[in-house]
Design a protein around this ligand. Structure first.
Ligand code: 6CS
Length: 292
């Protein structure tokens, strides 16, 4: 069982002590925008259009990967990295649009946003549809369980072997793919709306475990978080683009690689609870080889 306190608990502590917590970020364009955005024409058009109109990113609002603050700002580890790299590209505005994970790639293809910056973990099926930038995070998966882990759920193999276990996942998420790839029957896989919905389902005994990234689970009050699941695949991500925006991606990667060498990159990751040393040397090709 992980007992580390979450970033959110630290945040609350700072506020309770009267501390000032700087929340960066730009305003969120919460409404979905019509198709035909800056990337509509594909090719080099996105860079020029983004410089003029800003870059629209899809986010999941699942801290610490992405977070929509009450005052409308969008932050989280990936949006903060995107914003820093965009500044180096002459793009001064980054707008976040909240989406479910299952709609992120279709929405990108429909030009509802220009980039996915949500911690949409790389895997074969996704890498066939979108073009990922160089990895910025590698993280782990855990089970959220009721206090004391009464069903003793610790591994994917436990779920496979005990068909009475019901596991919650967010629709179309990486975790649903983990269970399906492991051959776990659909009857054991329960869709929940999002991180908060999964915690509610757990506490209402509609599921026995909630499969989600370790750091996301740690943000949820009342949920016990298992140690990282030993037989879950490596989860890594970065910004994802339409294949036709390769020119933009090439320019983005040049600035991203420079930024990754600066202390500010590690500072962003550590602020959100990620270990910058884990992603060092990990490649898109490696993460795109993950089954699913
Ligand atoms: O990549 C995904 O689908 C998963 N990523 C995060 C950050 N949370 C859950 C989601 O299923």
């Amino acid at each position: 069982m992980s007992t580390d306190i979450s970033r959110r608990q630290l945040f609350r502590g700072a506020l309770a002590l009267g501390g000032v917590v700087a929340v960066g970020g730009s305003l969120v364009a919460c409404s979905t925008t019509e198709t035909g955005g800056p990337g509509a024409e594909g090719g080099g058009g996105l860079l020029e259009r983004a410089k003029q109109q800003g870059l629209r990113i899809a986010i999941g609002n699942e801290p610490p990967y992405t977070e929509l603050s009450p005052d409308g700002t969008v932050t989280g580890v990936e949006p903060d990295v995107v914003r820093a790299v965009c500044e180096r590209m002459g793009i001064s505005k980054v707008e976040g649009i909240v989406s479910g994970y299952d709609a992120m790639i279709p929405g990108l293809k429909a030009n509802r946003w220009d980039t996915i910056a949500a911690g949409l973990f790389m895997k074969e099926s996704r890498c066939r549809e979108v073009a990922y930038a160089s990895p910025v995070i590698v993280s782990t998966e855990s089970f959220g369980v009721r206090p004391g882990n009464p069903k003793d759920v610790l591994t994917i193999a436990d779920v496979k072997e005990r068909q009475d276990l019901r596991v919650g996942v967010v629709p179309g998420g990486f975790e649903q793919g983990i269970l399906e790839t492991a051959g776990i029957p659909a009857a054991q896989i329960v869709n929940v709306t999002d991180a908060r919905g999964g915690a509610d389902a757990l506490n209402a005994d509609r599921i026995d475990a909630f499969l989600l990234p370790t750091l996301s689970l740690r943000e949820l009050d009342g949920v016990e978080v298992t140690d990282p699941i030993p037989d879950a695949p490596k989860t890594g991500s970065s910004a994802a683009f339409r294949p036709e925006d390769q020119d933009f991606l090439d320019a983005y990667n040049v600035e991203l690689e420079k930024f990754k060498a600066e202390p500010a990159f590690a500072e962003i990751l550590e602020k959100w609870g990620f270990d910058p040393t884990v992603v060092a040397g990990v490649t898109t090709e490696e993460l795109c080889a993950v089954d699913g």
